[in-house]
Write a new protein. Structure first.
Length: 347
């Protein structure tokens, strides 16, 4: 087989980072090392965890530099929080794709790639533009006529560790990274949402970047009725010329304030799961740089409103935590591939 290199990118927390950010970084570094060993066992020639602080270098520029140092073989590239539920067979398939002698690629999702295997990587990636993040790489590869396969049907490959709430959903060994961070409120909400999803007389509200596959899963695997607001899919791969991010639920909050969230959700259903990143994009724009800091967002996901400095997000989180119905807040994993985990099912 042709040489295959695996690059696992890990962002170190900034000096003075909060406990939730540091706990998430620790878990991602733990996962990175598991991937390093796992890809070597899957047949990779070399696997390296590349760590460093945020430096402003676009993902595409970093990728060009990595590719320039390769031989004639392939590359598997992923972030340190990607695919925690990957199996040895998943890794072997990625390595086999990268080892191909003809141009081809394999990713977990062609519309938002968290892991990408590229054969003939040095020549293909030499001209990759300054993509801001890895999510857009599969679509660029298709644009330059590299055949791309994906495994969207493997829900486990869409799960990512983006924050401490994801560690709670994954359970098992990952929960130890949470320590004494305070998860009672969100665990209570999880139990409430699970109870509602098992009740044929109840209605579950889900809002955010929900896919058709997730809706089909809900219809077939839950007893409750589903009310869904599908908004801003592709948020991380937006083009500069797209209209501003917007949300129907966000428009209600514009009118009535973030403290109204719980009342609105209670009018619509008996429990709710809400992608707050869509609400933030509506409120302040799709550029994550303008959002409240990660520590605030992670505290919101755990329903720890008193630990949030940003006034808007604190009011939103307080409203969810004190709502008449159980409410879960989070990001793409929560309303997407992690939905079965949130509802107590593995698939």
């Amino acid at each position: 087989m042709t040489d295959v290199s695996v690059a696992i990118l890990h962002l170190e927390p900034e000096d003075g980072a909060g406990r939730l950010v540091r706990a998430t970084a620790e878990a991602r570094l733990d996962l990175a090392e598991r991937h390093r060993r796992g890809f070597l066992a899957a047949g990779a020639t070399r696997a390296t965890v590349i760590t460093g602080p945020r430096d402003g270098i676009p993902f595409g520029a970093r990728l060009r530099a990595l590719a320039a140092g390769l031989g004639a073989g392939g590359l598997v590239i992923l972030g340190s929080g990607a695919i925690p539920l990957a199996t040895p067979a998943d890794r072997r398939e990625l390595v086999a794709t990268a080892a191909s002698e003809r141009p081809r690629a394999l990713t977990n999702n062609r519309y938002s790639g968290d892991v990408v295997a590229v054969a003939c990587a040095r020549s293909i990636l030499a001209d990759v533009p300054d993509l801001p993040a890895d999510n857009a790489l599969p679509r660029w590869l298709e644009e330059v006529a590299v055949p791309v396969e994906d495994r969207r049907d493997r829900r486990r490959l869409g799960v990512d560790i983006d924050g401490p709430a994801d560690l709670l959903l994954l359970g098992g060994r990952w929960r130890r990274h949470l320590g004494d961070l305070g998860t009672a409120a969100v665990e209570h909400a999880i139990e409430g949402v699970r109870t509602v999803s098992a009740d044929s007389r109840a209605e579950l509200v889900i809002a955010g970047r929900v896919s058709a596959a997730n809706l089909a899963w809900l219809e077939s695997r839950t007893a409750s009725r589903t009310r869904a607001f599908i908004e801003e899919r592709g948020l991380r791969t937006r083009r500069p010329d797209q209209r501003p991010a917007s949300s129907v639920l966000g428009a209600l909050l514009d009118r009535d304030g973030p403290a109204s969230l719980g009342d609105h959700l209670a009018r619509l259903g008996d429990a709710a799961i809400v992608d707050t990143r869509v609400l933030l994009a509506h409120h302040v724009g799709a550029d994550e740089g303008g959002w409240p800091p990660a520590e605030d967002r992670f505290a919101s996901d755990l329903l720890l409103a008193d630990q949030i400095d940003d006034a808007w997000l604190r009011a939103l989180t307080t409203s969810a935590a004190t709502a008449r119905i159980p409410v879960l807040l989070g990001g793409h994993t929560l309303v997407g591939p992690g939905l079965p985990l949130a509802l107590g099912r593995r698939g």
